[in-house]
Design a protein around this ligand. Structure first.
Ligand SMILES: [Ca+2]
Ligand SMILES: [Ca+2]
Length: 216
């Protein structure tokens, strides 16, 4: 039964996706325009994870319990990499608990540290985790924040504790998008390659169809 639902969802999705390329095409010129104009003046730090979140104050796609999270911090001065800078990563769990990790920027100006999320299925471990990264560049303190959601099941795109048709539809709307697109939804980017919502994200959602989780 579950397999037939899965096949029907995939078929519906392919029919639906035929209408989406026209939206993607509309955004191509905007992305190129933004890239050409972009230049960061002075000191800057940008924190992201192995799943994405590049850009100041941009969130990362979600994680599950027991996942490894790799934090990256790119440190620059007027867009040039800053080497051998010490970066402090302050990590806040949804209950306000704090952890601190330290890293040093490499030749590309990037510091990275990895930690593992807890494995216990308690309500307190689910929710928004925040990371606050700080570095000193040219005697100036600069920082960036990053937020990611920890979910019982990544296929639950809208976070209502069940995987159903709404999750499939939401992912369908984001299909083919990248972070700079208007229809981008980071909660739909749950499978590699990250930074792109494609059929592999959809397959993961459909494969978990019908799963539920109770907070009690
Ligand atoms: Ca859901
Ligand atoms: Ca993806």
């Amino acid at each position: 039964m579950k397999h037939s639902v899965f096949l029907i969802l995939i078929l519906l999705f392919f029919l639906f996706s035929q209408f989406l390329p026209m939206f993607a095409t509309l955004h191509d010129w905007q992305v190129i325009g933004q890239t050409l104009e972009y230049q960061q003046e002075g000191p800057n730090i940008d924190i992201f994870t192995q799943k994405g979140g590049e850009g100041n104050d941009v969130g990362s796609p979600p994680f599950s319990l027991n996942d490894e999270v790799t934090l990256y911090a790119r440190v620059t001065y007027s867009s040039f990499p800053e080497q051998n800078k010490f970066v402090a990563f302050q990590i806040f769990n949804p209950y306000g608990g704090t952890y601190v990790l330290y890293g040093e920027t490499n030749g590309s100006g990037v510091a990275s540290e990895t930690f593992r999320l807890p494995s216990t299925e308690t309500t307190g471990n689910f929710g928004f985790w925040q990371v606050f990264a700080t570095v000193v560049v040219a005697e100036t303190v600069v920082n960036d924040t990053l937020e990611f959601h920890v979910r019982f099941n990544l296929a639950d795109v809208n976070g209502d504790l069940k995987v159903d048709i709404f999750d499939v539809v939401i992912a369908g709307l984001a299909y083919g998008s990248r972070p700079s697109d208007l229809n981008w939804n980071l909660y739909c980017d749950i499978a590699e390659p990250y930074g792109f919502v494609d059929i592999l994200d959809l397959v993961l959602i459909c494969g978990e169809y019908g799963e539920q989780w109770s907070s009690s």
